[in-house]
Design a protein around this ligand. Structure first.
Ligand SMILES: [Zn+2]
Length: 95
């Protein structure tokens, strides 16, 4: 089972968490086209490598945070605040 590092509680089993999906998405303006809304609602990148995700420690402290996770190895590359920015090393070419 994958272990996730909650910034407040430490390493815990994956089943204590809820994945909120891709993080850093921007909701389109209300006047945007149906195509823009469709893109926002139904399409996500599926990278092989670093993926930026938001997680909630549902069965723990209940707090949200962001992680950068490698989609092949599940290695946690970075943990950062829900309103934070990912480390530049992750964005610019993590393994
Ligand atoms: Zn926690």
């Amino acid at each position: 089972m994958m272990q996730l590092p909650c910034p407040w509680c430490g390493d815990r089993d994956e089943n204590e968490f809820l994945c909120g999906g891709t993080t850093h998405l921007s909701r389109p303006d209300l006047q945007s086209s149906d195509g823009a809304w469709g893109q926002y609602l139904f399409f996500r990148d599926n990278p092989k490598g670093a993926h930026l995700e938001r997680w909630r420690h549902t069965y723990g402290c209940g707090r949200w945070f962001n992680i950068a996770r490698h989609t092949v190895t599940h290695e946690i590359l970075a943990v950062y605040a829900i309103d934070g920015t990912p480390p530049a090393a992750v964005v610019n070419g993590a393994p």
